[in-house]
Design a protein around this ligand. Structure first.
Ligand code: NOJ
Length: 537
C-alpha cells in the first residue's frame, strides 16, 4: 500500500478491503517526553510530535503508539494517571491531541494511545476521596484497602512485593489522624491498584475509551493488561524470586488471574462500536495457551510478544522466540507481534553487545522482525541505532532507582531524548540548553539529519526495509517455513517468496538461491558476513 492510499483510507474512515489495518502494521512507539520538544522546557510534547510527523511519514510507518499523555503527577512518567480524560499540561492540552490526530490521519498515520486501567495516581479524585472516607466506605471499595496484620495492624496485609521494589502496600493515616489501613500498589506507592470488582471502575473505563475514540483515536495499547483482576482473598505467596524487579514468574498471584478476561470483554464491547479501533495488550504471559486466551475473538486484537526482547544474540534463541511468537497466536488465528525494544527494556544495540557490533546486530534483527508476518513495533530511536546511555546517578528519574535502594538503575538509559540535528546536545530536540535526560555528545554521528543523508545509515535501512515490506508481494502469507542453515544462522521463507537469512555466527556463510533484495551489511558476492541479515526473493 502506498502512503497516499493509506491516507485516503484513514481520512475517509473506510475499512481496508480485506484485512484490518493493524494486522501487519508497523507501529512506531513515541515516548512523548523524549521525541521532540516544542515549547522549550526540555521535555517532549504533543506539538513536538506533530511537528515531526513528516519524519514518520518518511520512515514509512503505519501508526504511532503514544506512551501516556493523560494528566499525571509523573511519578512513573505518566503511568500514574490522575485524570484519564485530560491531557497533562506537560504535553499540551486536548486541542493539541486533536490537532495531532487530525494531522496524522491526513498523512495516513493512525494514532494509538496508552491506556492505564490497572491503577491510578494517588492524586486521582477517587483516591483522595478514599483517603477522606473511612474504612469500609464506598470510596475505598474502588481500591484494595485492607487492615494491616499484627496486633496493631502495622504489618502489610500480605507478603506481596512491588515490581518497583519494597512492599506492594502502603499504610495511610485515617481522617482522625490515627495510623490506618493499607492500600495495594503493585507498582509505585503513587500508583494505587483499582478494584475491578467495583462496577464504577468498569463504567468509568468505558467512558474513557469512548472519550478518546470519539476524538478519532485509532485504539489503545493497554498497560499491564494481564494484571487488572486480583484474587479476591489477596493470598500470601511463597514463591517470590529474590529481588525480581520489573518481572514476575508464571504463578505470580498479582497477574493473569482468570477474571481479567471479563474485563477485556467489556473493553472489546466498546471497541466493537468503533470497527477500525485496535486494542493491543501488554501481556507478560509465557504459556501459549494462556497468552492466546487474551486474543479470543471477543477480547484483545493484538498482544505484545516480548520473546525477542529477551532472546540474546543467538540464532537458536531467536528461532525459538519466533516459533513461540507464532505458536502463541496460532490457536486463535490472531496476528503475531514483534518487538525488539521499548521504554522498559535496554535498547537492542546495547543488549547485542554495544558499539559497532551491537549496531550491526540490531540492524540485522530489524530485518528479521520486518520479514515476519504480523505487526512490528519500533521504539523511537531504534531506527537511529541509538544505544542505552550510562547516566550519572544524579539524573536518574525512574522510581525503580530509589525504590530498589539504588541497586537497580531502572529504565532511564533507554529513554534519553532523540538527536535530531546539529553537532552538539540537545541536537534540535529542544530549544532549552539541555534535554530532561542528557544526550551523549557522541550522538552527533547518529542524528536524523546525518542519517537521512547517508544511504548506508541505520535510518536508511529502516526506511528501505519498511518500504519494501509495504510494496513487495513476496511478503504475503501468514506462515513461515524454516530452511536448513549452518550453525549460528537461521533462514525462513514466507509463502509469497521472501527469504530472510540471519548470520549470528562467527564466520561468513553462503546465501541461498535468490536475488538479494536488501542486506543489513555490505555483501561480498553471495556471502553474508557475521552479525548481518539479508532478504532474498
Ligand atoms: C508497564 C509500562 O510499560 C511501564 O513503563 C510502567 O512502569 C508499568 N507498566 C506500570 O504502569
Amino acid at each position: 500500500m502506498t502512503p497516499v492510499s493509506r491516507a485516503a483510507a484513514v481520512s475517509s474512515g473506510r475499512p481496508e478491503p480485506t484485512t484490518p489495518w493493524w494486522r501487519d502494521a508497523v507501529f512506531y512507539q513515541v515516548y512523548p517526553r523524549s521525541f521532540a520538544d516544542s515549547d522549550g522546557d526540555g521535555i517532549g510534547d504533543l506539538a513536538g510530535v506533530r511537528s515531526r510527523l513528516g519524519y514518520l511519514e518518511l520512515l514509512g510507518v503505519d501508526a504511532i503508539w503514544l506512551n501516556p499523555v493523560m494528566r499525571s503527577p509523573m511519578a512513573d512518567h505518566g503511568y500514574d494517571v490522575s485524570d484519564p480524560r485530560d491531557i497533562d499540561p506537560m504535553f499540551g492540552d486536548i486541542s493539541d491531541l486533536d490537532d495531532l490526530v487530525a494531522d496524522a490521519h491526513a498523512r495516513g498515520l493512525r494514532v494509538v494511545m496508552d491506556l492505564v486501567p490497572n491503577h491510578v495516581s494517588t492524586e486521582h479524585a477517587w483516591f483522595r476521596e478514599a483517603l477522606r472516607s473511612g474504612p469500609g466506605s464506598r470510596a475505598r471499595r474502588r481500591f484494595h484497602f485492607r487492615d494491616g496484620r499484627g496486633p496493631d495492624g502495622s504489618e502489610p496485609p500480605n507478603n506481596w512485593p512491588s515490581l518497583f521494589g519494597g512492599p506492594a502496600w502502603t499504610r495511610i493515616t485515617e481522617p482522625d489522624g490515627t495510623p490506618g489501613q493499607w492500600y495495594l500498589h503493585v507498582f509505585a506507592p503513587q500508583q494505587a491498584d483499582l478494584n475491578w470488582d467495583d462496577a464504577e471502575v468498569v463504567t468509568d473505563l468505558e467512558k474513557t475509551l469512548r472519550f478518546w475514540l470519539d476524538k478519532g483515536v485509532d485504539g489503545f495499547r493497554i498497560d499491564v493488561a494481564h494484571g487488572m483482576a486480583k484474587p479476591s482473598d489477596l493470598p500470601d505467596h511463597d514463591g517470590w524470586e529474590a529481588n525480581e524487579l520489573l518481572g514476575h514468574s508464571p504463578d505470580d498471584p498479582r497477574f493473569n488471574n482468570p477474571e481479567v478476561h471479563d474485563i477485556h470483554r467489556r473493553i472489546r464491547q466498546v471497541l466493537d462500536d468503533y470497527p477500525e479501533a485496535v486494542a493491543i495488550g501488554e501481556i507478560w504471559v509465557d504459556d501459549h495457551e494462556r497468552f492466546a486466551e487474551y486474543l479470543r475473538p471477543d477480547e484483545l486484537h493484538l498482544a505484545f510478544d516480548f520473546h525477542l526482547t529477551l532472546a540474546g544474540w543467538d540464532a537458536d534463541a531467536v528461532r525459538l522466540s519466533v516459533e513461540k511468537g507464532l505458536a502463541a497466536v496460532a490457536a486463535v488465528q490472531a496476528s503475531p507481534t514483534w518487538t525488539l525494544s521499548n521504554h522498559d527494556v535496554d535498547r537492542e544495540v546495547t543488549r547485542y553487545g554495544g558499539g559497532a557490533v551491537g549496531s550491526a546486530r540490531a540492524r540485522a534483527m530489524i530485518l528479521v522482525a520486518l520479514a515476519l508476518p504480523g505487526a512490528v513495533f519500533v521504539y523511537n530511536g531504534a531506527e537511529l541505532g541509538l544505544p542505552n546511555v550510562d547516566l550519572p546517578d544524579e539524573v536518574l528519574q525512574d522510581p525503580v532507582w530509589e525504590r530498589s535502594g539504588r541497586t537497580e538503575r531502572g529504565r532511564d538509559g533507554c529513554r534519553v531524548p532523540l538527536p535530531w540535528e546539529g553537532g552538539e546536545p540537545p541536537f534540535g530536540f529542544t530549544s532549552a540548553p539541555s534535554a530532561w535526560l542528557p544526550q551523549p555528545p557522541e550522538w552527533r554521528a547518529l542524528t536524523v539529519e546525518k542519517q537521512l543523508e547517508d544511504t548506508g545509515s541505520t535510518l536508511s535501512l529502516y526506511r528501505r526495509a519498511i518500504e519494501l515490506r509495504h510494496e513487495r508481494a513476496e511478503f504475503a502469507g501468514d506462515e513461515i517455513g524454516w530452511y536448513g542453515s549452518p550453525p549460528g544462522c537461521l533462514a525462513f521463507r514466507r509463502p509469497g517468496g521472501l527469504t530472510c537469512v540471519l548470520n549470528a555466527g562467527k564466520v561468513p556463510v553462503e546465501l541461498p538461491d535468490g536475488a538479494v533484495l536488501l542486506a543489513s551489511a555490505s555483501l561480498t558476492g553471495r556471502t553474508l558476513p557475521p552479525d548481518a541479515a539479508a532478504w532474498l526473493v
